[in-house]
Design a protein around this ligand. Structure first.
Ligand SMILES: *[C@@H]1O[C@H](CO)[C@@H](O)[C@H](O)[C@H]1NC(C)=O
Ligand SMILES: *[C@@H]1O[C@H](CO)[C@@H](O)[C@H](O)[C@H]1NC(C)=O
Ligand SMILES: *[C@@H]1O[C@H](CO)[C@@H](O)[C@H](O)[C@H]1NC(C)=O
Ligand SMILES: *[C@@H]1O[C@H](CO)[C@@H](O)[C@H](O)[C@H]1NC(C)=O
Ligand SMILES: *[C@@H]1O[C@H](CO)[C@@H](O)[C@H](O)[C@H]1NC(C)=O
Ligand SMILES: *[C@@H]1O[C@H](CO)[C@@H](O)[C@H](O)[C@H]1NC(C)=O
Ligand SMILES: *[C@@H]1O[C@H](CO)[C@@H](O)[C@H](O)[C@H]1NC(C)=O
Length: 571
């Protein structure tokens, strides 16, 4: 009795002193440390997970397209100040909880292009993450910059398939972390494709994530009593499902990389959680939270005594203007914006010609050629792609002749869209271009909402529609040639495009492409191209050609002739 009384006194004293320093969460943590975790008579145990992925430097709220929130009356989303509010309001009623980050905090807004990882590190520490795995984009500025970022973080960094002899990375990255108080291990993994899509140093190696996770599970199970094992992954939703299927001992996967919307809302591509059976026929729960921090992933699970999940409850929390922004953090974020104006005024190159946007919806335009060529050249550096394709609607402003500023590039391409590579058949490409020109996608019968622009190495010819009053060019597709050869309907082509297009944007493609690997953002790629080319001298080269009906007849006769010859040869 006496000892219980002492304990209560101690508890009260400690609570009072902690409360005096800081309200809210700290109070709860101190109580948790003193109380025994609740496990019922069957050995069941409850814990909550909050998880985020692919925030891509969206420290502040953003508009639905991902750009700065300049028109709040149209709705703005996300931002770490909102996440902080949700955590402050809900975490105290979840005695045992973890807040985990599945990677790709880097690249996507000026908070990264101006500050590198510095303000991101500060924000993540302030939000109080319990662990993070690395995304491919964390390597965008190389190992040294990543090392500096990681050494500033105040929580563990986990990735079981990264081996690095870089002195800082070697010390800061570990395969897993054990949360002793919850008797739970979190194993990290990062996409094995990172060297091809980002810039890790030669001494940083990535191995097969599935093998790395299974080896780590086996190690944990053979050296500790831990049975609750979760994976924090940056390998994409499809690979997460394969990871679930091909391992044993893992029952929860919190993922990122593919920007997959899961949940019960419009546009979601799967359930939250997605259940997949593992090698032993046991259920594995897979969750991920879309991208940019528009949703905060949240799931409560009940573990049985063997570390399997018996029950769950939860759904991703949508962060809209109905959630207040925590004022302290928001004030910091606002202050960090101050130098952006000066940064935007910096000259990044020079152009002798006006890079025109005004004609992009009506036919080939100079800024369209320029951007698509930049994307093609960028991707040709590490892949054998055929051409680049973008939507005219994503090109927002002309870049005037004279000095080019960073701000002009960002104004012309404000969306922070990322470059992706897709593989498509000639038939699909034909349908795509034909659909753009008739403004109806033949594969789903729905409107196509933009004209296109393309890179070198492809020529598209069409007969324009007479007397069209449409805001974008219309016509009938006549021919497509790639690398000087007529489009082969059976062949597969590699196309560089934007995550927006590949995800069904403007209805260019149907069906769309899942599990995309996002590369650098469009503005970054264009800045690099300008730096290499400056002074820019560019001219239209008729890669998008309007032709007459006579010419169409000739093209069609030639095509038939070729087809007949091919058939004859085949016989
Ligand atoms: C876990 O949570 C469920 C649902 O809220 C509850 O019914 C159960 O009693 C809890 N079990 C433990 C061990 O806390
Ligand atoms: C909040 O967002 C909605 C759309 O999501 C918008 O209609 C509304 O005007 C916004 N409210 C304010 C106060 O900005
Ligand atoms: C790390 O922290 C130091 C000291 O606060 C700061 O100067 C530096 O910019 C930070 N770097 C990164 C990448 O976070
Ligand atoms: C760090 O270096 C040691 C010695 O080479 C190696 O065994 C270990 O796996 C490395 N750790 C990481 C995370 O790369
Ligand atoms: C999904 O949302 C709809 C509408 O809000 C609701 O009727 C339905 O029950 C929900 N389904 C699940 C599985 O939560
Ligand atoms: C191509 O790769 C080299 C070496 O990694 C790099 O220096 C160069 O900037 C890259 N060029 C483009 C267009 O990305
Ligand atoms: C197209 O417009 C011209 C001039 O406005 C007019 O003379 C012609 O009849 C129109 N043709 C069609 C097919 O509408």
């Amino acid at each position: 009795m006496a000892s219980l009384k002492n304990l209560l006194l101690l508890l009260t004293a400690s609570l009072t002193s902690v409360q005096a320093q800081a309200p809210g969460e700290n109070h709860l943590i101190s109580r948790r440390k003193l109380s025994k975790r609740f496990i019922d008579e069957n050995g069941n145990y409850n814990i909550s997970f909050y998880h985020l992925n692919d925030v891509h430097a969206h420290l502040d709220e953003f508009s639905s397209s991902g750009t700065d929130c300049t028109r709040p009356e149209r709705g703005c989303f996300g931002g770490y100040a909102r996440i902080k509010t949700v955590l402050q309001e809900t975490r105290p009623s979840h005695p045992d909880s973890l807040l985990l980050n599945a990677g790709d905090e880097f690249q996507g807004t000026m908070f990264f292009s101006y500050y590198g990882g510095e303000k991101i590190a500060q924000t993540l520490n302030e939000i109080g993450f319990d662990a993070m795995t690395l995304g491919n984009h964390e390597f965008d500025k190389g190992d040294d910059h990543l090392g500096e970022f990681l050494s500033n973080l105040t929580f563990p960094i986990v990735s079981a398939n990264i081996q690095s002899s870089h002195p800082v990375l070697n010390k800061t990255i570990k395969p897993f972390h054990i949360f002793e108080e919850y008797q739970l291990a979190v194993i990290g993994v990062t996409t094995e494709t990172t060297p091809g899509i980002s810039s890790p140093g030669p001494d940083t190696k990535f191995s097969d994530p599935i093998e790395a996770v299974q080896n780590t599970i086996d190690f944990i199970r053979s050296t500790t009593n831990i049975k609750r094992i979760a994976a924090l992954t940056h390998i994409g939703y499809e690979e997460d499902q394969r990871l679930a299927q091909e391992t044993t001992g893992l029952h929860l996967i919190m993922g990122g990389h593919s920007h997959t919307p899961l949940g019960n809302f419009t546009g979601a591509v799967g359930p939250y959680p997605t259940l997949v059976d593992n090698k032993a026929g046991e259920e594995v729960f897979i969750v991920t939270a879309y991208r940019w921090g528009e949703y905060l992933g949240y799931i409560d699970v009940t573990y049985d005594s063997e570390g399997r999940i018996l029950e769950y409850h939860g759904a991703p929390i949508h962060l809209t203007n109905t959630t207040e922004q925590e004022p302290g953090l928001q004030a910091e974020i606002d202050a960090w914006r101050k130098p952006f104006e000066e940064y935007a005024a910096e000259e990044v190159g020079y152009t002798t010609v006006e890079l025109d946007q005004s004609l992009c919806q009506l036919g080939e335009c100079l800024l369209g050629d320029f951007m698509a060529d930049a994307m093609l050249e960028y991707r040709l550096n590490s892949s054998s792609v055929d051409f680049a394709l973008i939507n005219a609607g994503g090109i927002r402003a002309t870049i005037d002749a004279g000095p080019i500023t960073r701000g002009e590039v960002l104004t012309a391409f404000p969306f922070g869209n990322s470059i992706v590579e897709i593989t498509v058949t000639g038939k699909q490409l034909w349908d795509t271009f034909a659909g753009i020109l008739t403004k109806v996608n033949p594969r789903n019968g729905k409107p196509v909402t933009s004209f296109f622009q393309i890179s070198k190495n492809i020529i598209v010819e069409y007969v324009p529609k007479k007397n069209s009053t449409a805001a974008t060019a219309e016509g009938e597709l006549v021919s497509v040639s790639i690398g000087g050869e007529p489009l082969d309907l059976e062949k597969e082509y590699k196309v560089v495009t934007l995550d927006f297009i590949a995800g069904g944007g403007d209805n260019f493609f149907y069906p769309t492409f899942g599990n995309l690997i996002t590369l650098d953002t469009q503005d970054q790629v264009l800045l690099g191209y300008i730096e290499r080319l400056s002074p820019v001298e560019y001219a239209l080269d008729r890669r998008i050609k309007t032709i007459s009906k006579c010419r169409r007849k000739w093209v069609e006769r030639e095509r038939k002739k070729r087809a007949a010859e091919k058939k004859k040869r085949g016989l």
